[in-house]
Write a protein that binds this ligand. Structure first.
Ligand code: F6R
Length: 618
């Protein structure tokens, strides 16, 4: 939620900060703002709306762009509605200090009341304006420099933050700090320039050297001198390591696609290969995953596996439940992280917890991990973003290696998460002997075919588009699937909801009779997964039931199917594969249908309303 970026150095800061905001817009996009320091004055430009709206304002007045120092913000509102005043950056009352903030100051009300008694007045409804005035107050009372004032102020703060603060009376430095929200610092040659951002994407073309702050760390960045990192609470100096960034510019650009979502759908074959590359070795008949290998006894002795995640990652977790129980015969529970963390769950040291998260920053998942660890469970992470908070907080893990996912609606994250879970389930099954060597080998060979099968499916895009055109004006849709494909039905419905704003529900096909069937009439499109191995005959009966109530049936079937073809209004074929691997294929047409419907309805596919890519607040 919210993206922050900043620059201090010898280049013009404006293009760096504004382009950085565009790259961070996936994090929130209800308002945007920028502060430019021209050597004398701080110029503030901010507005409700997108970064492009901000650009229009700045373009009207060239002097708003001048300066070698700038900080910017793209917002996903928490405290205070999205409007110009609540947009960041925020000045302190004296007008000397300015801040951008990602996160929530939970005790802002108490702090605000205290500041009001000291004579402060506030322009906005935000928690952030409270924080910058608290910093001003501490700076005045302690008569200290900015870094110390920020540090002392943060010791009174409850909540989460990634902040960048600038003081125009000391214009050679920026102070940044983090707790619970990510922040990366790009380091230029010989300390002659520095970049600050919620992730490294805004500065990829300038430097590959980055420092990722840890929780409760504060960095004082001084031009020409370098970076000093301290622990906020005990003031100890931290030896921050500079990491070499592997991400390339190409990966974060649209590469000729109209939207990131479409690009990411098309990237799935490569992403899945990247996920299993070096891990799945069919010729040797093994799967190598160091995070699992090193902790094999924990997995094998586990009473159960608890999978925690949110949203799409939770759906991948549900597929994981089917995989682990079917292949490795280990009992699995799948929990919404947000529920798990607050319901006093029974967890013991004999539990293995698998936390799944694309961003690795989801606040509820992170809190659930901390809870599980505090109760003695071994926690394994499945994350996409390397070095993310969840990746660091877990005891061991496996990255999905999907590459940056920028479209807010998850696509390649989902299929690569399922790929990782399949590899772990297969590995445990082999180790436990719950799968025969030939069955194991068969899975490996079949999984290896999935990327080219997805490639083949992506070619049916035109026929999917025709189906999308027929149903784009629907107001309600049902998605049905059974077994391994029940979670795919949930995911299909979520994809449609989040980018086209059409109401959709996913159900296990057999549950239809217990309620949703009442909704069916000639206006109701029903997407049914009816592949040949997953309880096919039973799903065919469900389709008959829909037909006799005049519902419109769009069925996902296996190549060569004849029975469903006769009944359904539309069929989309997937290539033959093993039942446990079908989710990797059946999800593709659902992604494409949602995408095309959203485009036809003129919706903002990559930045759907009210959503943000990483949910770093509860
Ligand atoms: C849906 C979507 C969200 C995320 C959820 C968890 O398309 O993207 O539902 O899946 O917010 O995010 P991560 O995986 O980053 O923890």
């Amino acid at each position: 939620m919210c993206g922050i970026t900043g620059y201090i150095g010898y280049r013009d800061a404006y293009p760096i900060v504004i382009n950085g905001l565009k790259r961070l817009e996936y994090r929130g996009y209800d308002s945007a703002g920028i502060m430019m320091y021209d050597g004398k004055e701080m110029k503030l430009s901010k507005t409700k709306g997108k970064v492009s709206d901000l650009e229009l304002i700045v373009n009207n007045e060239e002097k708003r762009k001048v300066g070698k120092i700038g900080i910017g913000h793209t917002r996903w509102a928490t405290h205070g509605v999205p409007n110009d005043t609540n947009s960041h950056p925020h000045f302190s009352e004296s007008g000397d200090l300015v801040i951008v903030h990602n996160g929530i100051i939970e005790n802002y009300d108490t702090l605000k009341k205290e500041l009001v008694t000291r004579g402060y007045t506030f322009k906005s409804d935000t928690d952030t304006e409270v924080l910058i005035n608290l910093i001003q107050e501490v700076k005045k009372n302690e008569d200290c420099k900015l870094g110390k004032a920020v540090q002392l102020a943060l010791t009174s703060v409850v909540g989460a933050y990634a902040i960048a603060v600038f003081d125009k009376t000391k214009p050679d430095e920026l102070v940044v700090a983090r707790l619970g929200s990510p922040i990366a610092i790009g380091v230029g040659k010989e300390n002659n320039e520095f970049f600050v951002a919620s992730d490294a994407s805004p500065f990829l073309e300038y430097t590959k050297n980055a420092i990722y702050l840890e929780d409760e760390e504060l960095a004082i960045i001084k031009i020409g001198k370098g970076i000093k990192v301290r622990k906020i609470m005990d003031d100890s100096l931290v030896d921050a390591t500079i990491q070499k960034l592997k991400m390339s510019l190409e990966q974060i650009e649209k590469g000729g696609y109209e939207h990131f979502m479409l690009k990411e759908i098309h990237e799935q074959p490569k992403a899945i290969i990247d996920t299993y590359r070096g891990r799945m070795l069919p010729d040797q008949g093994i799967i190598k995953m160091s995070g699992v290998d090193d902790n094999m006894s924990k997995f094998l002795n586990a009473d159960r596996i608890i999978i925690i995640a949110c949203g799409t990652s939770w759906h991948a977790g549900l597929v994981g439940e089917y995989l682990f129980e079917d292949m490795a015969r280990i009992p699995v529970e799948v929990e919404y992280a947000s529920e798990f963390r607050y319901r006093n769950p029974i967890i013991t040291s004999k539990d293995v917890v698998i936390a799944i998260s694309q961003s690795g920053e989801t606040a509820d998942t992170l809190a659930a991990i901390k809870l599980a660890k505090s109760k003695g469970a071994f926690v394994f992470g499945v994350c996409n973003v390397v070095g993310s908070s969840i990746a660091r907080e877990t005891d061991a893990g496996a990255y999905t290696h999907a590459g940056p996912e920028i479209g807010v609606a998850s696509t390649k994250a989902f299929t690569t998460q399922i790929t990782v879970l399949s590899l772990i389930a297969l590995k445990l099954a082999k180790e436990k002997g719950t799968l025969s060597t030939s069955a194991f080998q068969n899975y490996l060979r079949t999984l290896e075919l999935i990327p080219s099968q997805i490639e083949q499916m992506l070619k049916i895009d035109d026929s999917v588009k025709e189906i999308a055109a027929v149903y784009k004006d629907a107001t309600n849709c049902l998605y049905l699937g059974r077994g391994f494909n029940f979670p795919v039905a949930l995911e299909g419905a979520l994809k449609l909801k989040e980018i086209s704003y059409i109401h959709a529900e996913g159900y296990p096909a057999a549950e239809m009779k217990h309620g949703p069937i009442a909704l069916i009439d000639e206006n109701m499109p029903i997407f049914v997964i009816a592949t040949n191995k997953g309880h096919y005959e039973k799903v065919v009966s469900n389709i008959q039931e829909i037909k006799s109530r005049s519902g419109k049936i769009i069925a996902i079937v296996t190549e060569g199917d004849t029975q469903v073809k006769e009944i359904a209004d539309h069929v989309i074929e997937i290539p033959e594969t093993m039942e446990a691997l079908t989710p990797l294929l059946t999800t593709i047409p659902f992604q494409l249908i949602s995408y095309h419907i959203a485009v036809m309805l003129n919706k903002n596919v990559d930045q759907p309303r009210n959503l943000a890519k990483s949910v770093t607040v509860e």
